[in-house]
Design a protein around this ligand. Sequence first.
Ligand code: TRP
Length: 322
Amino acid sequence: MLTHAITADPVLEFVSDVRAGLTLRGQKELPSKYLYDDVGSALFEVISVLPQYGLTRADERLLRRHASEIADNVPKHVAVAELGSGSGKKTRWILKALCRRQHISYFPIEISPTALAMCERELGDIESMSIVGFEREYLDGLIEVVARRHDGQSILVLFLGSTIGNFDRPAAAKFLREVRNILQPGDSLLLGTDFEKPIPQLIAAYDDPLGVTAAFNLNLLARINRELDADFVLEQFEHVAKFNPDARSIEMHLRSRIDQNATIPRAGLSVSFREGETIWTESSHKYGWTEPLRIAKDAGFVCKAQWIDQEWAFAENLFIAE
Ligand code: TRP
């Protein structure tokens, strides 16, 4: 099914997701999308400039260096939909390259209103481009964008960073199929993928010595305190990044340092944690060299081109809907 119910009240949705995740019998979990409130989004901007986290810089390098080549490989009359634009900084190069040929419409799709506002400010100066932001989940936003398609216009979807890696493998395959089903043959998808690397390098990228990533992860509990009046004692939890060899992913957890309880009044909930018990907050799956091409093919895309960074194993893949 392509359509998703849009929950009218984001607080109610947050409450119900927190309740569902923290009352699971086995591994407790919280959805990673809640990491990105104002504080979390600002901390992620810092993560992206840390020496240990090469991913965002690789993404930016590729987009900057190959912007005109990428533009040359998509139809001229194009509307750009970006899934999870963030601040929009790294998208500038490709948008400028596209605008050199023809006026374009850019539709950033973001669940964070702050990120969306930043993106509109950051990219608002690009000539011959109009921006209309959608504060929506990815697929809901994309459905709205294609509904605005003009005659003869093709769609370019940007899914940058390595957000696809935050889905487990079956979910990533399903997501790409859903994207494909919303699109028409000839539309394009530019997908960022992060490749497998030595485990110590991955651990360092997700558990930096300054503790920025730890703060980013712990902010999720701080956010539940702020927004749902909870009483998590942050000092009693620690950030853990570990490699899961079966899933080939880095898993992020918040580990309880002691036996403890937390109450979340606005969710009508009291949760107990054993010493060492964790809340799983995010996984970042890493791909084998040919994997992006395979999952794209399975979803109904062909690969038109791929650009790989020399410093940090990361690729920009340009796929065309069949
Ligand atoms: N999408 C990013 C990634 O997986 C997000 C990220 C970076 C992240 N560091 C993190 C998520 C630490 C949770 C915890 O690379």
